[in-house]
Design a protein around this ligand. Structure first.
Ligand code: PEP
Ligand code: MN
Length: 346
């Protein structure tokens, strides 16, 4: 960390910065320059509270040289993390993994039909929420534990793995019993007690980017999970709040190469929540895999017009089949392949 002093900072002010650094248990290295003095803080263990120094008189700015996250960084682990799932499926390797299904589990018939349809088109993981974080308390809140039971049934019948959301620490264990991947939704990205809880569970976690979270905040949230001992985190770009109402969110494709450069964790993309309109999902799915996403999370409903949540962004099953065909071409063009359903030889 570098503390840059104002050009007219007094000797007394520089001494005060140095003694504060000493007080904090680190070493201060004043570096007088022609115009101003910069003080280096040596021994930064990632716990330094820069704001304490920023507020001292004579300080112009504090420059963070090292990143505030550690275990999620490529400096910590240069090789990409490959998440291993039951049946030999992996996320973060060469194969691009498609997770698809309705926003919510609504009924046995709905989830089983959806599971068969997405499997038929080539998805390898079924997505659907049993516990739903809805903006309005009057909207459909999900079937809860009954929804989990239906997801387990869909897996039994189709062999698809399951990704589903844990909304709070109280129900996270029940979710972990059924889920092959536990989803932490955008609204919970900074729910630190939930992050710690899923960090202690032995299941991979799909961590969605918060509604207005920076990439650094997303990585810091992932750091919470790794710091508790769970290294299997999949990041998910799902759009952030923008100023244009043409789309539900501003789908940040550039987050994909940014994350790839600074972190070893896999990142998947959710073009459904990213756009909010089904007609925009296929183009953005194509773009996301072209940008290097390790997978897609896509909402597909057997009858989107009757969906209890997110119908407008849910694909019709035939649209999903087209998405698979088109993204398959792009995936191969960039030297990757689509993950095959569990138990099916390539
Ligand atoms: C979802 O995946 O259905 C969901 C609620 O997503 P997000 O948390 O990204 O809004
Ligand atoms: Mn949804």
């Amino acid at each position: 960390m570098l503390i840059v002093m104002h050009t007219d900072a007094s000797e007394e002010q520089i001494r005060r910065v140095c003694s504060t650094i000493d007080d904090m248990g680190y070493t201060a290295r004043p570096m007088p320059g022609r115009q101003r003095t910069t003080v280096g803080l040596v021994g930064n263990d990632g716990r330094v509270d820069g704001s304490r120094l920023e507020a001292l008189p004579g300080v112009q700015e504090v420059i963070h040289v090292s990143k505030p996250y550690k275990q999620v960084s490529r400096e910590w682990k240069p090789e990409s993390t490959i998440i291993r799932l039951p049946g030999g499926l992996t996320i973060g390797g060469e194969a691009v993994v498609v997770m698809a299904g309705p926003c919510s589990v609504e009924s046995e018939d709905q989830i089983l039909t959806a599971a068969r349809q997405v499997r038929e088109a080539g998805a390898v993981i079924l997505r659907a929420g049993a516990f739903k974080p809805r903006s309005s308390p009057y909207s459909f809140q999900g079937l809860g534990k009954e929804g989990l039971r239906l997801l387990a049934r869909a897996r039994e019948e189709t062999g698809l793995l399951i990704v589903t959301e844990a909304m709070d620490s109280e129900t996270a264990d029940a979710v972990a019993e059924v889920a092959d991947i536990i989803q932490v939704g955008a609204r919970n990205m900074q729910n630190y007690s939930l992050l710690k809880k899923v960090g202690r569970l032995r299941r991979p976690v799909l961590l969605k980017r918060g509604l207005s979270a920076t990439i650094q905040e997303l990585l810091l949230s992932a750091e919470y999970i790794l710091a508790e001992g769970n290294p299997n985190v999949i990041l998910c770009e799902r759009g952030v709040r923008g100023f244009d109402s043409s789309t539900r969110n501003l789908f940040d494709l550039s987050a994909i190469p940014v994350v790839k450069a600074v972190s070893h964790l896999p990142i998947v993309a959710d073009p459904s929540h990213g756009t909010g309109h089904r007609d925009m999902v296929i183009p953005m799915a194509r773009a996301a895999v072209a940008a290097g996403a390790d997978g897609l999370l896509v909402e597909v409903h057997p009858e989107p017009d009757r969906a209890l949540s997110d119908g407008a962004q849910s694909l019709y099953p035939e649209q999903f089949a087209r998405l698979m065909g088109e993204t398959g071409i792009i995936v191969e063009a960039i030297g990757r392949r689509l993950a095959r359903p569990v138990g099916v030889e390539p």
